[in-house]
Design a protein around this ligand. Structure first.
Ligand code: GLP
Length: 270
């Protein structure tokens, strides 16, 4: 697992956007062989999405042959609700780039049959040949997508009940009222993410420091579902200095040292 400790959130966001754009360009996707991207919501990827929009506008990357699968969606929130993940994705990314609407996949939290919706999502990913790169963020309790502590590390797309911690953390988007936060969500599983060819997780800010420490310095554990990344062949964590606050000084020094070159420049776009 690579741990890249960036100077600050701005630099992290730019680095991640360049990395994603570079991977898309290198794959040289076509309609017959599209590049498949897994995407998260939340505040962590916002800077990356801004940079990707910029790169797209400058003609440095195109999403015409990119297919996306989002990680999760609340159950029962209308798609046009400002806090739905549908709204978030169109508002922060899809409306500003050249991706065809039919290439976007987001779980439907209002489907009549939610289990069928999850099953078909998983099948669609399989049929397309899997996900090339899954971008992720984490909750303060180390959950990836909505795979709350204790989730099976072999889980696939399914319905999940949100923990009180997550409801509380996400209430900041619902007028700080926990009662307004949906209590269930549809989410890809830990295994859905881990089956991707590459997984890149953004971990920034002091609130994520404990989770980052667990993931980097401790073992794989279902109570910190993102720790499964340790077993991935191509797992990358991009974090900022604030998120490293709970790690040993030696660990931070170690990763800064071995990633010195990668951190000193932006990934190549071609
Ligand atoms: C929610 C989402 C996660 C996301 C997390 C953190 O729980 N389901 O996918 O990673 O929020 O959000 P933020 O980046 O705003 O801290």
């Amino acid at each position: 697992m690579r741990i890249l400790i960036h100077e600050d959130y701005e630099r992290l966001s730019k680095w991640v956007a360049y990395y994603i754009a570079g991977q898309i360009n290198k794959a040289n996707p076509t309609p017959a062989k599209p590049y498949v991207l897994g995407l998260p919501t939340g505040s962590s990827p916002i800077g990356t999405y801004k940079e990707l929009v910029k790169l797209n506008r400058e003609g440095k990357v195109s999403f015409k042959n990119v297919i996306t699968f989002n990680m999760d969606e609340y159950v029962g929130l209308p798609e046009n609700h400002p806090e739905s993940y549908h709204y978030f994705m169109w508002h922060n990314l899809f409306s500003h780039i050249d991706i065809p609407k039919e290439n976007v996949n987001i779980l439907d939290g209002n489907a009549d049959d939610l289990e069928k919706e999850c099953y078909e999502y998983e099948e669609k990913i399989k049929k397309i040949g899997g996900i090339d790169l899954f971008l992720g963020g984490i909750g303060p309790d180390g959950h990836i997508a909505f795979n709350e502590p204790g989730s099976s590390l072999s889980s696939k797309t399914r319905i999940k009940t949100l923990t009180y911690d997550t409801i509380l953390a996400n209430s900041r988007f619902f007028d700080n009222d926990v009662n307004k936060v949906p209590k269930t969500a549809l989410t890809v599983g830990v295994a859905t993410v881990m089956d991707s060819k590459q997984v890149l997780v953004i971990i920034n800010g002091y609130k994520k420091a404990r989770a980052l420490q667990k993931v980097v310095e401790e073992g794989v554990n279902h109570m910190w579902t993102v720790s499964m990344l340790q077993l991935h062949e191509h797992g990358i964590i991009c974090c900022d200095g604030e998120a490293t606050m709970e790690m040993k000084v030696g660990t931070v020094k170690y990763f800064k040292d071995i990633e010195h070159l990668a951190l000193s420049k932006l990934p190549e776009l071609q």
